[in-house]
Write a new protein. Sequence first.
Length: 94
Amino acid sequence: MSIQEAYCIELGRVVSIIEARQEFLSQDISRRYSEYHFLCSTESCRAAGVKITGACYKELPEEHKVSPYYKYSEKNNKHDNHRQQCQSKNCHDH
């Protein structure tokens, strides 16, 4: 199952990957972040620092053949920090 939403640190809210792409590409290029950083959308996991990776969101749709997506990366999470009460349907699919 794919991850539908993640908390974007730079935006300060939970967003879909499409929202993240729209926000990223709408920034003034001179003030644009080099990338966004994402955490699990569930508060308890977010508090534990569970990182989510956003992929392919920094390009226009016509510039990339792969649709943007979120993924859980064990490389970015040294410990399995997901909480049992995680509301995310995908939190245990890693």
